[in-house]
Write a protein that binds this ligand. Structure first.
Ligand code: ACM
Length: 557
């Protein structure tokens, strides 16, 4: 193993652009705001110390734990009370004397031949700096087993970094197919590595209710299970031959052989804590007033038709909408949300609102009577009435409601955030509402990654290659300042009608999620497709070491 040359002076190259040239620069994803490449390397050794200010001890221990499996080094964490300066053969993490203008998630990282200093105003900033540090090390650092006699070196660099957007998200649909707590936690680990910070958990839909609600036990007793895994026509056998395609794991069938699963409230608390330790906020989604077959299979009297409903129904079969003319519907949903508020400490609660099959409301005499009483002339107004009532309830509990584009129909609730998948961003932002961008053309990771479907696992349709994700600009061109500041950021959505296993989910997510991470973190004018492809080649080795089933760059478009 090569040892560092003690005392070698670090001379930073002055870069004329904000970024160092591609081949020499480390393969960081997302690209930092400012990076200067120095001369020489820092060598991590078994006796390297990790030093932390008292407040940063937890983040420092997390870093030590992350470096341990592959290096085998039991790196000691020491609290540094009196000094916050670099020390020989040490990695220092501190919030002292950090520049507050780096913002709540920014950091500065200086790697020199004899020391590493990571400084940030917050623990989130230190955490992101630690992710950069991991990526500066060789990809073998991500190995889950000890790599013997390895030279753990990182290039000398000076990095100043902060995110472009505050909402950097991923949505996972666990209703169409269920993902266990351990599977969700693996995804959270990968999100953190790429500095993503919002996990939108799509917990309910027509095909499965996945969150334990103590007040309404039938939601999971009935709503979490169905006869078959598949919610779409079975795959033709040749598409099942694709290496990414897999049957759901045996653990996703109950003792009676039915498919499904749900998270207990304890599971939820554990996932929320796991995410929080990685500076990820979990945004729960409880769908209403549509996409609610699973809930109505358990409690059919809250629907217009009264049922019967079955989670065995294929997508779109059965109206699956709540009855706004029944006061009990609102009491029920308020009871559900009251438990949701207690489980999720984050600010945002997602209430769906998309694709409501309002023709069923139009047919219902009770709904017609309600519309007459309220002076409504169309069913969009009924949708708005529903969403506004629930948004007011959420607001009264100090939380902020979010809904899909359709919550604009019939008039938007004053306190609502819009998640734009089919439009509405400009209208909402211009009216003073915050917006999260997730347009189908750039953010729907259930879409095919190739036009040659024979080479891909079966997907819902569409075509969303990596390059297109990378080209995404979250701020709509026709949204001028100052309203552009209403765009909180963007997220990828993985709907799972066709995705029954974690390896398949990983195949749909990676590397497209890496491209999205760069879109939401890095400066707009730093986007460089060729450079990104080069960094991805190194990143593929990281994913290999991490045991992630990603789609290879060499695969055909
Ligand atoms: C959606 O894709 N229905 C939000």
């Amino acid at each position: 193993m090569k040892l560092p040359v003690a005392g070698l002076c670090l001379t930073f190259l002055t870069t004329t652009t904000a970024f160092a040239a591609s081949t020499l620069a480390p393969a960081l994803i997302p690209q930092p705001q400012k990076l200067e490449l120095g001369v020489g390397e820092f060598h991590l050794r078994p006796d390297t110390k990790i030093l932390a200010s008292l407040a940063s001890l937890g983040t420092a221990k997390q870093l030590a734990a992350r470096l341990r499996p592959s290096t085998g080094y039991p790196l000691k964490v020491h609290t540094k009370f009196f000094s916050d300066t670099a020390a020989d053969n040490a990695i220092l993490l501190t919030t002292r004397n950090a520049r507050t203008n780096l913002g709540p998630e920014g950091y500065e990282l200086t790697v020199s031949t004899h020391s590493v200093v990571l400084r940030a105003p917050t623990q989130a900033g230190l955490f992101y700096g630690a992710q950069t540090l991991r990526q500066l090390l060789p990809p073998e650092i991500f190995s889950t087993n000890v790599v013997e006699d390895f030279n753990w070196q990182m290039p000398c660099v000076r990095i100043e970094d902060w995110p472009r957007f505050k909402w950097r998200g991923l949505m996972l649909d666990v209703s169409r197919h269920f993902y266990t707590k351990a599977e969700v936690e693996k995804i959270l680990d990968l999100m953190a590595l790429y500095k993503l910070n919002r996990f939108h958990w799509h917990l309910t839909d027509d095909q499965g209710w996945r969150i334990e609600i103590k007040k309404y036990p039938r939601l999971t007793q009935v709503g979490a299970w169905r006869d078959q895994s598949s919610v779409v026509p079975p795959n033709p056998p040749e598409t099942n031959a694709h290496p990414a395609w897999a049957e759901p794991a045996a653990g996703k069938f109950g003792p009676d052989g039915r498919y499904g699963g749900f998270y207990t409230q304890q599971d939820i608390r554990e996932v929320v804590a796991y995410a929080a330790a990685r500076h990820i906020t979990v945004v729960p989604e409880i769908e209403m007033p549509g996409h609610s077959v699973a809930a109505l299979a358990a409690y059919p009297h809250f629907s217009c038709s009264g049922g019967p409903y079955s989670t065995n129904a294929k997508a779109g079969v059965g109206d699956g909408i709540y009855d706004p003319a029944n006061p009990g519907t609102f009491k029920f949903l308020e009871g559900v949300l009251t438990e949701v508020f207690r489980l999720f400490p984050g600010q945002y609660v997602h209430i769906g609102g998309d694709e409501v099959r309002k023709e069923y409301w139009a047919k219902s005499p009770d709904c017609q009577a309600l519309m007459k009483q309220e002076g409504f002339t169309n069913a969009d107004q009924l949708q708005s009435y529903f969403v506004k009532r629930m948004a007011a309830f959420i607001g009264a509990h100090g939380k902020t409601p979010i809904g899909w584009s359709e919550i604009l129909q019939g008039g938007l609730a004053t306190n609502a955030v819009v998640m734009d998948w089919i439009g509405g961003a400009v209208e909402a932002a211009s009216a003073g509402h915050d917006v999260v961008m997730t347009p189908t053309t750039y953010c729907y990771f259930d879409h095919y990654q190739s036009t040659n479907h024979a080479t891909e696992p079966r997907a819902i349709g569409g075509f969303l290659p990596l390059k297109q994700v990378y080209s995404f600009e979250p701020v709509p061109a026709n949204l001028p300042a100052p309203d552009d500041s209403r765009i909180l950021g963007a997220q990828a959505n993985l709907w799972t009608e066709y995705v029954a296993s974690l390896p398949h989910a990983e195949y749909m997510l990676f590397p497209r999620l890496c491209a999205l991470a760069e879109v939401v973190w890095s400066p707009k004018d730093a986007r460089n497709w060729k450079d990104f492809q080069q960094r991805l080649a190194v990143n593929e080795r990281r994913l290999d070491e991490s045991g992630v089933n990603y789609r290879r760059q060499t695969a055909a478009e």
